[in-house]
Design a protein around this ligand. Sequence first.
Ligand SMILES: [Zn+2]
Length: 534
Amino acid sequence: YALEIIREVLETLRIDGIFFNMGGYQVSDYSGNYYGICHCPACRRLFAEQFGADLPAAEDDADPVYRKYRLFKERTSAAYHRKLEQFIHSLRPDICVDRGYSLGSGFVRQESNTAIRRALPHWQYSGSDNTKWVVGSYPGFIASNTTVDFIDFPYRHVAVSPAQQSLRLAQSLANGGALDYYLIGRLDNHEDTTGYNDVKSVFEFHAEHEEFFRTLTPRARILLAKPRAVDDAEYRGWFRILTENHFPFDTIVPGVLAETDLSKYDLVVLPNAVFLSDAECRKIDEFVENGGAVVAVYESGVGSAEYEYRERNGLRSLPVTRVLEKRDAMSSSYLKLTDGFPARRLTGTSLVYLDGPYLYAEYETDATRHTWLIPPHMYGPPERCYYTEITEHPGLVVNRYGNGRVAYIPWLPGTLFHRQGYVNTPNFIADVLEGLLGIAPVGGTVSPMVEVNVLASSSPGATVVSLVNGSGHFGTTFYRPIPIASTTIEIATAAAPRSVRSLVHDCELTHDWADGKLTVAVENLGLFEFVVIE
Ligand SMILES: [Zn+2]
Protein backbone atom coordinates (compact mmCIF):
# COMPACT_ATOMS: atom_id res chain seq x y z
CA TYR A 1 0.00 0.00 0.00
CA ALA A 2 3.01 2.32 0.29
CA LEU A 3 2.71 3.64 -3.26
CA GLU A 4 -1.03 4.26 -2.87
CA ILE A 5 -0.53 6.10 0.42
CA ILE A 6 2.26 8.22 -1.08
CA ARG A 7 0.11 8.99 -4.15
CA GLU A 8 -2.74 10.16 -1.92
CA VAL A 9 -0.37 12.40 0.08
CA LEU A 10 1.16 13.90 -3.06
CA GLU A 11 -2.18 14.52 -4.75
CA THR A 12 -4.13 15.93 -1.81
CA LEU A 13 -1.58 17.84 0.34
CA ARG A 14 0.55 20.86 -0.50
CA ILE A 15 3.96 19.61 0.61
CA ASP A 16 7.55 20.69 -0.12
CA GLY A 17 9.26 17.44 0.71
CA ILE A 18 8.68 13.86 1.74
CA PHE A 19 10.34 11.69 4.37
CA PHE A 20 9.49 8.12 5.27
CA ASN A 21 11.28 5.64 7.49
CA MET A 22 10.86 2.33 9.34
CA GLY A 23 10.43 0.52 6.01
CA GLY A 24 12.62 -2.47 5.24
CA TYR A 25 13.69 -5.21 7.58
CA GLN A 26 12.70 -4.29 11.14
CA VAL A 27 13.49 -6.95 13.73
CA SER A 28 11.95 -5.32 16.83
CA ASP A 29 8.72 -3.50 17.62
CA TYR A 30 8.20 -0.20 19.46
CA SER A 31 8.10 -2.01 22.80
CA GLY A 32 11.54 -3.43 22.15
CA ASN A 33 10.31 -7.00 21.60
CA TYR A 34 12.76 -8.85 19.37
CA TYR A 35 11.25 -10.99 16.61
CA GLY A 36 14.34 -11.88 14.59
CA ILE A 37 14.67 -11.67 10.83
CA CYS A 38 11.71 -11.96 8.45
CA HIS A 39 10.99 -15.43 7.11
CA CYS A 40 7.91 -14.61 5.02
CA PRO A 41 7.40 -16.50 1.71
CA ALA A 42 8.52 -13.47 -0.35
CA CYS A 43 11.83 -13.13 1.55
CA ARG A 44 12.43 -16.88 1.34
CA ARG A 45 11.82 -17.01 -2.40
CA LEU A 46 13.87 -13.89 -3.23
CA PHE A 47 16.80 -14.91 -1.04
CA ALA A 48 16.86 -18.38 -2.60
CA GLU A 49 16.72 -16.85 -6.09
CA GLN A 50 19.58 -14.44 -5.38
CA PHE A 51 21.87 -16.55 -3.19
CA GLY A 52 20.72 -20.14 -3.70
CA ALA A 53 20.29 -20.73 0.03
CA ASP A 54 17.70 -20.81 2.81
CA LEU A 55 17.39 -17.68 4.96
CA PRO A 56 19.66 -17.72 8.01
CA ALA A 57 17.95 -18.49 11.32
CA ALA A 58 19.61 -15.73 13.35
CA GLU A 59 21.59 -12.51 13.05
CA ASP A 60 25.16 -13.74 13.37
CA ASP A 61 28.02 -12.12 11.47
CA ALA A 62 30.14 -15.23 11.94
CA ASP A 63 27.64 -17.09 9.71
CA PRO A 64 28.55 -16.61 6.00
CA VAL A 65 24.88 -17.03 5.04
CA TYR A 66 23.93 -14.21 7.39
CA ARG A 67 26.56 -12.01 5.73
CA LYS A 68 24.81 -12.79 2.41
CA TYR A 69 21.57 -11.76 4.07
CA ARG A 70 23.14 -8.38 4.88
CA LEU A 71 23.84 -7.99 1.19
CA PHE A 72 20.29 -9.12 0.37
CA LYS A 73 18.84 -6.46 2.67
CA GLU A 74 21.10 -3.74 1.23
CA ARG A 75 20.27 -4.58 -2.40
CA THR A 76 16.52 -5.06 -2.01
CA SER A 77 16.12 -1.98 0.22
CA ALA A 78 18.08 0.20 -2.22
CA ALA A 79 16.03 -1.11 -5.17
CA TYR A 80 12.79 -0.47 -3.29
CA HIS A 81 13.89 3.05 -2.34
CA ARG A 82 14.84 3.81 -5.95
CA LYS A 83 11.37 2.67 -7.04
CA LEU A 84 9.76 5.04 -4.50
CA GLU A 85 12.01 7.93 -5.56
CA GLN A 86 11.11 7.48 -9.22
CA PHE A 87 7.41 7.08 -8.40
CA ILE A 88 7.38 10.32 -6.34
CA HIS A 89 9.38 12.15 -8.97
CA SER A 90 6.95 11.07 -11.73
CA LEU A 91 4.06 12.68 -9.80
CA ARG A 92 5.84 15.67 -8.21
CA PRO A 93 9.26 16.44 -9.75
CA ASP A 94 9.35 19.71 -7.74
CA ILE A 95 9.52 18.28 -4.20
CA CYS A 96 12.50 17.24 -2.09
CA VAL A 97 12.78 13.49 -1.46
CA ASP A 98 14.54 12.06 1.59
CA ARG A 99 17.59 10.08 0.45
CA GLY A 100 16.49 10.34 -3.18
CA TYR A 101 20.01 9.54 -4.31
CA SER A 102 18.91 8.48 -7.81
CA LEU A 103 17.45 11.98 -8.27
CA GLY A 104 20.82 13.70 -7.68
CA SER A 105 19.55 16.20 -5.10
CA GLY A 106 17.24 16.33 -2.13
CA PHE A 107 17.76 16.03 1.60
CA VAL A 108 18.81 13.44 4.15
CA ARG A 109 16.81 13.56 7.33
CA GLN A 110 18.24 11.90 10.41
CA GLU A 111 17.75 12.01 14.15
CA SER A 112 19.94 12.93 17.08
CA ASN A 113 18.01 10.96 19.63
CA THR A 114 18.32 9.12 22.91
CA ALA A 115 16.91 5.82 24.16
CA ILE A 116 16.46 4.86 27.75
CA ARG A 117 18.10 1.46 27.44
CA ARG A 118 20.79 2.35 24.91
CA ALA A 119 24.31 1.53 26.08
CA LEU A 120 26.36 4.49 27.34
CA PRO A 121 28.35 6.62 26.62
CA HIS A 122 26.04 9.19 25.00
CA TRP A 123 27.32 9.99 21.53
CA GLN A 124 28.11 13.63 22.17
CA TYR A 125 28.96 14.33 18.51
CA SER A 126 25.68 12.96 17.22
CA GLY A 127 24.81 16.23 15.41
CA SER A 128 28.28 16.54 13.87
CA ASP A 129 28.43 12.87 12.88
CA ASN A 130 24.98 12.86 11.24
CA THR A 131 25.84 16.02 9.31
CA LYS A 132 29.39 15.18 8.25
CA TRP A 133 28.59 12.00 6.35
CA VAL A 134 25.82 13.67 4.34
CA VAL A 135 27.80 16.76 3.30
CA GLY A 136 30.90 14.57 2.76
CA SER A 137 29.18 11.85 0.73
CA TYR A 138 26.34 13.65 -1.06
CA PRO A 139 27.24 17.29 -1.82
CA GLY A 140 23.91 17.86 -3.67
CA PHE A 141 21.88 16.98 -0.57
CA ILE A 142 20.83 19.02 2.46
CA ALA A 143 21.80 17.44 5.77
CA SER A 144 18.66 17.75 7.87
CA ASN A 145 19.57 16.27 11.22
CA THR A 146 16.77 16.69 13.71
CA THR A 147 17.05 17.18 17.44
CA VAL A 148 14.50 14.79 18.93
CA ASP A 149 12.81 16.59 21.81
CA PHE A 150 11.75 13.53 23.81
CA ILE A 151 13.79 11.08 25.88
CA ASP A 152 12.53 7.87 24.26
CA PHE A 153 9.36 6.34 22.79
CA PRO A 154 7.90 5.55 26.23
CA TYR A 155 8.65 9.16 27.34
CA ARG A 156 7.41 11.22 24.39
CA HIS A 157 6.06 14.00 26.62
CA VAL A 158 9.26 14.95 28.46
CA ALA A 159 12.24 16.62 26.78
CA VAL A 160 15.97 15.90 27.01
CA SER A 161 18.20 18.67 28.46
CA PRO A 162 17.70 21.96 26.59
CA ALA A 163 21.47 22.32 26.15
CA GLN A 164 21.62 18.87 24.57
CA GLN A 165 19.23 20.08 21.87
CA SER A 166 21.04 23.33 21.14
CA LEU A 167 24.38 21.48 21.06
CA ARG A 168 23.04 19.10 18.39
CA LEU A 169 21.79 22.06 16.34
CA ALA A 170 25.07 23.95 16.72
CA GLN A 171 26.95 20.85 15.56
CA SER A 172 24.73 20.64 12.47
CA LEU A 173 25.37 24.27 11.52
CA ALA A 174 29.09 24.06 12.30
CA ASN A 175 29.48 21.18 9.86
CA GLY A 176 27.54 22.70 6.95
CA GLY A 177 24.12 21.21 7.70
CA ALA A 178 20.63 22.61 8.13
CA LEU A 179 18.39 22.73 11.23
CA ASP A 180 15.59 20.36 12.15
CA TYR A 181 13.53 19.95 15.33
CA TYR A 182 11.06 17.20 16.10
CA LEU A 183 8.53 16.47 18.82
CA ILE A 184 5.38 14.37 18.92
CA GLY A 185 2.26 16.51 19.07
CA ARG A 186 1.75 20.27 18.71
CA LEU A 187 4.01 23.12 19.79
CA ASP A 188 1.15 25.13 21.32
CA ASN A 189 -0.16 22.54 23.79
CA HIS A 190 3.02 20.52 24.44
CA GLU A 191 3.39 20.06 28.21
CA ASP A 192 7.22 20.22 28.32
CA THR A 193 8.43 23.42 26.67
CA THR A 194 11.86 23.47 28.33
CA GLY A 195 13.73 23.08 25.05
CA TYR A 196 11.89 25.82 23.17
CA ASN A 197 14.09 28.82 24.02
CA ASP A 198 17.40 27.12 23.30
CA VAL A 199 16.12 25.60 20.06
CA LYS A 200 14.54 28.90 19.01
CA SER A 201 17.72 30.89 19.53
CA VAL A 202 19.71 28.64 17.15
CA PHE A 203 16.92 28.75 14.55
CA GLU A 204 16.83 32.56 14.80
CA PHE A 205 20.59 32.79 14.33
CA HIS A 206 20.33 30.56 11.27
CA ALA A 207 17.50 32.67 9.83
CA GLU A 208 19.54 35.88 10.27
CA HIS A 209 22.42 34.35 8.26
CA GLU A 210 20.49 32.15 5.88
CA GLU A 211 22.53 32.93 2.76
CA PHE A 212 25.83 32.38 4.61
CA PHE A 213 24.76 28.93 5.85
CA ARG A 214 23.21 27.95 2.53
CA THR A 215 26.63 28.15 0.86
CA LEU A 216 28.75 26.69 3.68
CA THR A 217 30.77 23.64 2.60
CA PRO A 218 33.55 21.69 4.32
CA ARG A 219 37.22 22.20 3.46
CA ALA A 220 38.85 19.48 5.57
CA ARG A 221 42.08 17.77 4.45
CA ILE A 222 41.41 14.52 6.35
CA LEU A 223 38.87 11.85 5.48
CA LEU A 224 37.55 9.38 8.06
CA ALA A 225 35.83 6.55 6.16
CA LYS A 226 32.79 5.02 7.88
CA PRO A 227 33.23 1.23 7.85
CA ARG A 228 30.65 -1.27 6.52
CA ALA A 229 28.93 -3.77 8.80
CA VAL A 230 31.17 -3.46 11.85
CA ASP A 231 30.26 -1.77 15.12
CA ASP A 232 30.76 1.99 15.45
CA ALA A 233 33.20 1.91 18.36
CA GLU A 234 36.47 2.25 16.41
CA TYR A 235 34.98 4.90 14.11
CA ARG A 236 33.58 6.91 17.03
CA GLY A 237 36.86 6.71 18.91
CA TRP A 238 38.66 8.15 15.88
CA PHE A 239 35.90 10.75 15.52
CA ARG A 240 36.67 11.90 19.06
CA ILE A 241 40.46 11.70 18.68
CA LEU A 242 40.43 13.86 15.54
CA THR A 243 37.85 16.32 16.90
CA GLU A 244 39.41 16.78 20.33
CA ASN A 245 42.88 17.30 18.86
CA HIS A 246 41.47 19.77 16.29
CA PHE A 247 42.26 17.84 13.12
CA PRO A 248 39.36 18.98 10.85
CA PHE A 249 37.95 16.04 8.91
CA ASP A 250 35.17 14.84 6.61
CA THR A 251 33.45 11.48 6.77
CA ILE A 252 31.89 9.42 4.00
CA VAL A 253 29.64 6.40 3.91
CA PRO A 254 30.64 3.04 2.42
CA GLY A 255 29.79 2.83 -1.24
CA VAL A 256 30.80 6.34 -2.30
CA LEU A 257 34.53 6.03 -1.52
CA ALA A 258 35.35 4.62 -4.97
CA GLU A 259 33.74 7.67 -6.65
CA THR A 260 35.16 10.29 -4.25
CA ASP A 261 37.92 12.64 -5.35
CA LEU A 262 40.59 11.86 -2.75
CA SER A 263 43.07 14.39 -4.15
CA LYS A 264 41.58 17.06 -1.86
CA TYR A 265 42.77 15.07 1.18
CA ASP A 266 46.19 14.67 2.80
CA LEU A 267 45.12 11.76 5.00
CA VAL A 268 42.55 8.97 4.85
CA VAL A 269 41.77 7.03 8.04
CA LEU A 270 40.34 3.50 7.80
CA PRO A 271 38.99 2.78 11.33
CA ASN A 272 38.86 -1.02 11.11
CA ALA A 273 37.20 -0.76 7.70
CA VAL A 274 37.12 -4.55 7.38
CA PHE A 275 34.95 -4.76 4.25
CA LEU A 276 36.17 -2.74 1.27
CA SER A 277 35.33 -3.34 -2.38
CA ASP A 278 38.12 -4.03 -4.89
CA ALA A 279 37.50 -0.60 -6.40
CA GLU A 280 37.76 1.05 -2.97
CA CYS A 281 41.04 -0.75 -2.26
CA ARG A 282 42.43 0.38 -5.62
CA LYS A 283 41.31 3.93 -4.88
CA ILE A 284 43.14 3.94 -1.55
CA ASP A 285 46.28 2.39 -3.07
CA GLU A 286 46.32 5.03 -5.85
CA PHE A 287 45.84 7.77 -3.27
CA VAL A 288 48.95 6.56 -1.42
CA GLU A 289 50.93 6.10 -4.64
CA ASN A 290 50.17 9.73 -5.48
CA GLY A 291 51.56 10.97 -2.19
CA GLY A 292 48.67 10.63 0.25
CA ALA A 293 48.92 9.28 3.79
CA VAL A 294 46.69 6.49 5.09
CA VAL A 295 46.12 5.17 8.59
CA ALA A 296 44.79 1.61 8.38
CA VAL A 297 43.54 0.08 11.61
CA TYR A 298 43.49 -3.62 12.48
CA GLU A 299 41.52 -5.68 9.91
CA SER A 300 40.93 -2.92 7.36
CA GLY A 301 40.73 -4.44 3.88
CA VAL A 302 40.61 -8.13 4.85
CA GLY A 303 37.04 -8.52 3.55
CA SER A 304 35.16 -7.55 0.38
CA ALA A 305 32.03 -5.42 -0.04
CA GLU A 306 30.18 -8.75 -0.47
CA TYR A 307 31.26 -9.66 3.08
CA GLU A 308 33.62 -12.43 1.96
CA TYR A 309 37.04 -12.72 3.60
CA ARG A 310 39.87 -12.44 1.11
CA GLU A 311 42.89 -14.74 0.93
CA ARG A 312 45.11 -11.70 0.77
CA ASN A 313 44.30 -8.20 2.06
CA GLY A 314 42.73 -6.08 -0.70
CA LEU A 315 44.97 -3.12 0.14
CA ARG A 316 48.32 -3.55 -1.64
CA SER A 317 49.79 -0.51 0.10
CA LEU A 318 49.73 -2.10 3.58
CA PRO A 319 53.09 -3.22 5.00
CA VAL A 320 51.63 -6.51 6.32
CA THR A 321 53.11 -9.54 4.50
CA ARG A 322 51.58 -12.31 6.62
CA VAL A 323 49.10 -12.48 9.50
CA LEU A 324 50.35 -14.85 12.18
CA GLU A 325 47.70 -14.80 14.86
CA LYS A 326 44.77 -12.79 16.14
CA ARG A 327 44.71 -12.64 19.92
CA ASP A 328 41.52 -11.32 21.49
CA ALA A 329 42.47 -10.98 25.15
CA MET A 330 45.41 -8.60 25.55
CA SER A 331 44.60 -7.38 29.07
CA SER A 332 47.72 -6.20 30.89
CA SER A 333 49.72 -5.37 27.77
CA TYR A 334 51.48 -2.18 26.71
CA LEU A 335 53.40 -0.58 23.91
CA LYS A 336 56.87 0.66 24.80
CA LEU A 337 57.79 3.83 22.95
CA THR A 338 60.83 3.47 20.71
CA ASP A 339 63.69 5.95 20.90
CA GLY A 340 62.97 8.86 18.64
CA PHE A 341 59.17 8.57 18.84
CA PRO A 342 57.99 12.17 18.27
CA ALA A 343 56.22 12.52 21.63
CA ARG A 344 54.77 16.01 21.88
CA ARG A 345 51.52 15.27 23.67
CA LEU A 346 52.49 11.86 25.04
CA THR A 347 55.07 13.18 27.48
CA GLY A 348 56.01 12.00 30.97
CA THR A 349 55.51 8.32 30.06
CA SER A 350 57.14 5.71 27.85
CA LEU A 351 54.07 3.42 27.74
CA VAL A 352 50.83 3.24 25.78
CA TYR A 353 48.29 0.88 27.33
CA LEU A 354 46.60 -1.69 25.12
CA ASP A 355 43.42 -3.63 25.78
CA GLY A 356 41.22 -5.59 23.37
CA PRO A 357 42.57 -7.57 20.39
CA TYR A 358 46.01 -7.47 18.75
CA LEU A 359 47.09 -8.86 15.40
CA TYR A 360 50.46 -10.62 15.32
CA ALA A 361 51.89 -10.21 11.82
CA GLU A 362 55.00 -10.12 9.67
CA TYR A 363 55.88 -6.93 7.85
CA GLU A 364 57.93 -5.77 4.90
CA THR A 365 61.55 -5.59 5.97
CA ASP A 366 62.04 -1.94 5.05
CA ALA A 367 58.92 -0.76 6.91
CA THR A 368 59.62 1.20 10.11
CA ARG A 369 58.36 -0.31 13.33
CA HIS A 370 57.34 2.08 16.08
CA THR A 371 56.68 0.99 19.68
CA TRP A 372 57.24 -2.56 20.94
CA LEU A 373 54.59 -4.83 22.39
CA ILE A 374 54.89 -5.80 26.04
CA PRO A 375 52.60 -8.85 26.06
CA PRO A 376 50.09 -9.74 28.82
CA HIS A 377 51.91 -10.42 32.07
CA MET A 378 51.49 -10.58 35.85
CA TYR A 379 49.76 -7.58 37.42
CA GLY A 380 49.25 -8.68 40.97
CA PRO A 381 49.67 -9.05 43.85
CA PRO A 382 51.83 -5.89 44.09
CA GLU A 383 55.11 -7.75 44.58
CA ARG A 384 54.55 -9.58 41.28
CA CYS A 385 53.47 -6.51 39.32
CA TYR A 386 56.21 -6.18 36.69
CA TYR A 387 56.93 -7.28 33.16
CA THR A 388 59.94 -9.23 31.97
CA GLU A 389 59.61 -9.13 28.22
CA ILE A 390 59.57 -6.51 25.48
CA THR A 391 58.87 -8.22 22.18
CA GLU A 392 59.75 -7.10 18.68
CA HIS A 393 56.09 -7.03 17.68
CA PRO A 394 55.16 -3.43 16.82
CA GLY A 395 52.23 -1.27 17.88
CA LEU A 396 52.56 0.76 14.70
CA VAL A 397 54.27 0.18 11.35
CA VAL A 398 54.91 2.92 8.78
CA ASN A 399 55.93 2.17 5.21
CA ARG A 400 56.41 4.04 1.95
CA TYR A 401 54.28 3.06 -1.01
CA GLY A 402 54.77 5.10 -4.18
CA ASN A 403 55.05 8.72 -3.10
CA GLY A 404 52.93 8.28 0.01
CA ARG A 405 52.90 6.48 3.34
CA VAL A 406 50.75 4.05 5.24
CA ALA A 407 50.66 3.82 9.03
CA TYR A 408 49.29 0.43 10.02
CA ILE A 409 47.98 -0.13 13.58
CA PRO A 410 47.47 -3.82 14.55
CA TRP A 411 45.08 -3.09 17.45
CA LEU A 412 41.98 -0.92 18.13
CA PRO A 413 42.90 2.45 19.68
CA GLY A 414 39.57 4.08 18.74
CA THR A 415 37.51 1.36 20.40
CA LEU A 416 39.62 1.65 23.53
CA PHE A 417 39.30 5.43 23.70
CA HIS A 418 35.57 5.39 22.88
CA ARG A 419 34.90 3.14 25.85
CA GLN A 420 37.52 4.24 28.38
CA GLY A 421 38.41 7.83 27.46
CA TYR A 422 41.96 7.97 28.88
CA VAL A 423 44.11 10.59 27.14
CA ASN A 424 47.02 8.12 26.91
CA THR A 425 45.40 6.79 23.69
CA PRO A 426 44.59 10.01 21.76
CA ASN A 427 47.89 11.61 22.84
CA PHE A 428 49.69 8.71 21.17
CA ILE A 429 47.55 8.81 18.01
CA ALA A 430 47.75 12.61 17.62
CA ASP A 431 51.55 12.39 17.92
CA VAL A 432 51.57 9.74 15.19
CA LEU A 433 49.48 11.94 12.90
CA GLU A 434 51.47 15.10 13.46
CA GLY A 435 54.95 13.80 14.23
CA LEU A 436 55.18 10.81 11.88
CA LEU A 437 52.74 11.67 9.09
CA GLY A 438 53.16 15.46 9.09
CA ILE A 439 49.44 16.26 9.40
CA ALA A 440 48.97 19.66 11.08
CA PRO A 441 45.96 20.29 13.32
CA VAL A 442 44.40 23.71 13.88
CA GLY A 443 46.73 25.34 16.40
CA GLY A 444 46.25 27.86 19.16
CA THR A 445 44.94 27.53 22.67
CA VAL A 446 41.55 25.90 21.92
CA SER A 447 40.28 23.44 24.54
CA PRO A 448 39.78 19.79 23.51
CA MET A 449 36.14 20.39 24.52
CA VAL A 450 35.75 22.78 21.58
CA GLU A 451 35.09 21.26 18.14
CA VAL A 452 36.81 23.11 15.30
CA ASN A 453 35.92 22.80 11.61
CA VAL A 454 37.29 24.56 8.55
CA LEU A 455 34.75 25.37 5.84
CA ALA A 456 34.20 27.81 3.00
CA SER A 457 31.25 30.05 2.21
CA SER A 458 30.65 31.71 -1.13
CA SER A 459 28.45 34.36 0.49
CA PRO A 460 30.69 36.10 1.29
CA GLY A 461 33.63 34.35 -0.42
CA ALA A 462 35.42 33.37 2.75
CA THR A 463 37.23 30.68 4.67
CA VAL A 464 35.20 29.90 7.76
CA VAL A 465 36.36 28.36 11.02
CA SER A 466 33.47 27.08 13.10
CA LEU A 467 33.80 26.44 16.83
CA VAL A 468 31.31 24.51 18.99
CA ASN A 469 31.74 24.64 22.75
CA GLY A 470 30.98 21.17 24.14
CA SER A 471 32.10 21.93 27.69
CA GLY A 472 28.56 21.47 29.03
CA HIS A 473 28.77 17.70 28.51
CA PHE A 474 29.33 16.51 32.06
CA GLY A 475 29.06 12.81 32.88
CA THR A 476 25.73 11.69 31.43
CA THR A 477 24.24 15.22 31.51
CA PHE A 478 24.32 18.10 29.04
CA TYR A 479 24.40 21.55 30.67
CA ARG A 480 24.92 24.90 28.97
CA PRO A 481 28.61 25.21 28.01
CA ILE A 482 31.02 27.22 30.14
CA PRO A 483 31.62 30.55 28.34
CA ILE A 484 35.24 30.88 27.19
CA ALA A 485 36.41 34.47 27.59
CA SER A 486 39.33 34.26 25.20
CA THR A 487 40.98 31.60 23.05
CA THR A 488 43.20 31.69 19.98
CA ILE A 489 43.17 29.68 16.78
CA GLU A 490 46.03 29.31 14.32
CA ILE A 491 45.50 28.16 10.75
CA ALA A 492 47.53 28.25 7.57
CA THR A 493 46.37 30.81 4.99
CA ALA A 494 48.26 31.69 1.81
CA ALA A 495 47.91 35.45 2.22
CA ALA A 496 47.11 38.01 4.91
CA PRO A 497 43.30 38.41 5.13
CA ARG A 498 41.44 41.66 4.46
CA SER A 499 39.04 40.99 7.28
CA VAL A 500 38.48 38.48 10.10
CA ARG A 501 35.01 38.70 11.65
CA SER A 502 32.88 37.07 14.32
CA LEU A 503 29.48 36.09 12.92
CA VAL A 504 28.00 35.73 16.41
CA HIS A 505 29.16 39.07 17.84
CA ASP A 506 29.16 40.85 14.46
CA CYS A 507 32.56 42.48 14.97
CA GLU A 508 36.15 42.38 13.67
CA LEU A 509 38.44 40.00 15.53
CA THR A 510 42.01 40.80 16.54
CA HIS A 511 44.35 38.80 14.32
CA ASP A 512 47.90 38.53 13.14
CA TRP A 513 49.33 37.00 9.95
CA ALA A 514 52.96 36.03 9.41
CA ASP A 515 54.71 33.43 7.25
CA GLY A 516 51.49 31.82 6.03
CA LYS A 517 50.04 31.45 9.52
CA LEU A 518 46.97 33.33 10.71
CA THR A 519 46.38 33.74 14.45
CA VAL A 520 42.92 34.89 15.55
CA ALA A 521 41.79 35.86 19.04
CA VAL A 522 38.26 34.53 19.58
CA GLU A 523 36.49 36.39 22.40
CA ASN A 524 33.45 35.38 24.45
CA LEU A 525 32.81 31.96 22.98
CA GLY A 526 29.39 30.77 24.09
CA LEU A 527 27.84 27.72 22.42
CA PHE A 528 29.31 28.44 19.00
CA GLU A 529 31.20 30.88 16.81
CA PHE A 530 31.85 31.27 13.11
CA VAL A 531 35.10 33.06 12.28
CA VAL A 532 34.75 34.52 8.78
CA ILE A 533 38.10 35.10 7.07
CA GLU A 534 38.03 37.20 3.86
ZN1 LIG B 1 9.81 -10.87 4.41
